[in-house]
Every structure is written in C-alpha cells, then in structure tokens.
Design a protein around this ligand. Structure first.
Ligand code: NAD
Length: 360
C-alpha cells in the first residue's frame, strides 16, 4: 500500500469511531455509481412495479433475483439481463454474501417471511430493503432491526409514499402547523380484492387487511399529525366470511393522539377508498388519493393545491434510499419507522380481541 493510500485508510478507520455504521460502510465499500439490488420474491409487486421501476433508477439497478419458482427465471433473465451467477433460491440465499454485484437485498415476500429473509439477508452483509408491513409483530420487527445493527447493515422499509413529494408536503404542514393543531382526522385506504385464495387471507402468512392497506390509513393519520397515537379502539368485520375465514376483510379503528386529536380510520379488502381529511384548529387539508402509486394530490383550506408530478414513485424510493446508503445519510423510512406502525397494529388487534380501548 502506498503511503498516501495507507494514510487515507487510517483516516477512514479513525473517522469510523465518529460516524454511523452507514457512513463507515459507505466509506469502506468499493465506491459504485449504482448499487446492485436483488429482489427476493417475484410476485405481483416485484414483477409489475419494482423491476420496471429499476429500469428508471440512477443510483441502483436490478442485478439479481431470489426465487422459489424456477420456472420464472428464464423470463426474468430475458427481460432484465440477469446473469446466471446472480440467481438464487430460498435455500442457497446466503451465498449472496460472496457476490460483489449485489449490495442490497429487497425482501418482497408475504409479511410472515420478512423476518426470516431480513435476518438471513443481514447475515450476508448486504443492506436490506423490506416491504411493508414490516412484519406481523413488534418482536419480529425488533429482531430484524437487531440483526441489521449487529451486521452493520441498513434496513429501509418500502414506504414509497414517504418519498412522494405530495405526502412530504402534507408532512411539512404537520410539522409547521400553519393551521394550528390537528383536531380530527379521517383516513381511509382500501380496494376490492376479488381473489379467493391468497396469502392476504391467510393468518400464518401475515394476511389481513390491517397490515396490508391498513398501514396506509394509519400512516395518513400519523404523518398528518406528526404524532404517535396513545390509544386505539378497533372493530373488525367481513362481508365475505367464506373467503375471510382467518383474517379481517375490513378494520375500523379510532386513534387518540397526545395533542388531543382523534382519527377515524378505515381499511378494507372489500371497498375501494383512498382519502385523508385533516381538520386543524384554523383550516383543513384533504388528500385523495392519499396512497396511490400515481397522482397523490390534495388541497388546503387556504386555496393551495398539492399536486406535484413525479415520474415513478418506486424508482424515487429506491433511488433515494440507495443514495442515502452511498452517502452514508439517514434513511427516510428505516426499520424503526416500520416498527412504529406495527406497534399500533398490535394494539388494534388487541382491541378487537378484547372489545376495549387499548393504550399504546
Ligand atoms: P404476491 O402474492 O404477488 O407475491 C408473493 C411472492 O412470494 C411470490 O413470488 C410467491 O411465490 C412468494 N412466496 C414464497 N413463499 C410463499 C408462500 N408460502 N405463500 C405465498 N407466496 C410465497 O404478493 P405481493 O403483492 O407481491 O406482495 C409481496 C410484499 O410486497 C408484501 O409484503 C406486500 O405487502 C408488499 N407490497 C407492497 C406494495 C407497496 O405499494 N409498497 C404493493 C404491493 C405489495
């Protein structure tokens, strides 16, 4: 090693004592222009949204796949030029550790599998992106965060809406409070799911509408107030008991916030709805849709329109998270943010089970 290289390496090591694990990794890993992503689970979201979005990204690119269905491989290779050595299955997944093409593992499996694939993925030394809902329980979320910390890798949750400038505008209003304190929130997210056998109807796989669309209704209330709920009362129901045997089709929940604001939230696999209304002391904000892939928009009582066009939400999310990793900056939605929602989701299920208000 030349003297100046040695000094630079020494400087990095000395500086590492003061920097976050992120910045240390960013400094010591080979500097790449684009980070390589491996998608784990090639279902609807990977196929229709994430992989196409990865053709538009500047800071990351699709380099690998992890699948339990070998028949999918040829199509993915043809479409995305993925080389043989970057293809894995659920059994040999850990071998990603030795693959310099892959920097990020993106877990896009049913929620009950997020914990296992995040922990095994963190053990490979690669950063983790994990889809929402982070996991079925707070204990799962904590184990995922701990594994990433232990392996000095970062964990980002796929909260694409928090990367959308229209939602960021709403969060700015929550922070700066131009209309005073929030008083009443109505937040809804749902769609009609006509499938009859899917993991979304299976409890063991992490199904149920609350983790799926419910986190959008919950995020609407949390982000619009900028506060964490302190209590909840909830009611689950279904109009199709022959399909929703194990999990709820619809959940209605009321949240109470420290400022005294209250939120009435609804989520359903049986109803198309996607809106947020926040009434503040001196005005209001409305968003509809509040969590769509395209065209989130809204307005405020002072006549302002919130309508910022972006090319692709998922591309923006993965680009911003990758840039944060490259530069050693904080992530917009780290594991701790995913766990905040699951803490409320757990309280919601407890309230349904007991029929009572639950303190959070
Ligand atoms: P999907 O059912 O279409 O795909 C699931 C994938 O997991 C499939 O490739 C399937 O083969 C694989 N899998 C492995 N083991 C399985 C098992 N035991 N049962 C079922 N599938 C199994 O689901 P999806 O809609 O792609 O959702 C995957 C994840 O992405 C979920 O966490 C979901 O909440 C999330 N998601 C997020 C968004 C978003 O907007 N952020 C949108 C859709 C889905």
């Amino acid at each position: 090693m030349k003297r100046n290289e040695f000094l630079r390496a020494g400087g990095i090591l000395a500086a590492s004592a003061f920097f976050s694990p992120n910045s240390l990794l960013a400094a010591t890993r080979a500097k790449k222009e684009k980070l390589g992503i491996a998608l784990v689970g090639l279902g609807y979201y990977s196929t229709d949204l994430l992989a196409p979005a990865l053709k538009l990204t500047n800071n990351c690119e699709l380099k690998g796949i992890v699948t339990g269905t070998p028949s999918k491989i040829e199509k993915w290779q043809q479409k995305y030029g993925i080389v043989d050595k970057n293809i894995y299955n659920y059994q040999n997944y850990e071998q990603i550790a030795n693959n310099p093409d892959i920097d990020i593992i993106y877990v896009v499996l049913p929620p009950s599998m997020h914990r296992e694939f995040t922990i095994r993925g963190a053990g490979t030394g690669k950063h983790i992106f994990c889809e929402k809902p982070m996991a079925p329980s707070v204990a799962d979320c904590q184990a995922m965060i701990d594994a990433c910390n232990k392996n000095k890798v970062s964990l980002a949750i796929g909260y694409r809406c928090q990367h959308d400038p229209n939602i960021q505008q709403m969060m700015k209003i929550a922070k700066e409070r131009p209309f005073g304190k929030p008083r009443m929130i109505n937040s809804a997210a749902g769609y009609f799911d006509n499938r009859t056998t899917h993991w979304k109807q299976n409890k063991a796989l992490g199904g149920g509408v609350m983790g799926d669309m419910g986190v959008y209704a919950l995020q609407g209330a949390r982000l619009a107030t900028g506060e964490e709920p302190i209590s909840v009362i909830a009611q689950a129901s279904t109009t199709r008991p022959e399909i929703y045997k194990e999990v709820e089709e619809t959940m209605m929940f009321q949240l109470e916030f420290p400022s005294g604001a209250r939120a009435a939230c609804q989520t359903s696999f049986g109803i198309n709805m996607n809106h947020l209304q926040v009434n503040y002391e001196k005005g209001w904000l409305k968003m509809e849709p509040q969590s769509a892939y395209n065209g989130i928009n809204g307005s405020t009582s002072d006549g302002k329109i919130i309508k910022i066009q972006i090319e692709n939400q998922q591309a923006k999310q993965m680009d911003e998270d990758s840039l944060a990793l490259l530069n050693g900056n904080a992530l917009i939605a780290p594991g701790e943010e995913g766990m905040r929602d699951i803490k409320v989701v757990e309280a919601i299920y407890k309230s349904v089970a007991t029929g009572r208000e639950v303190k959070i």
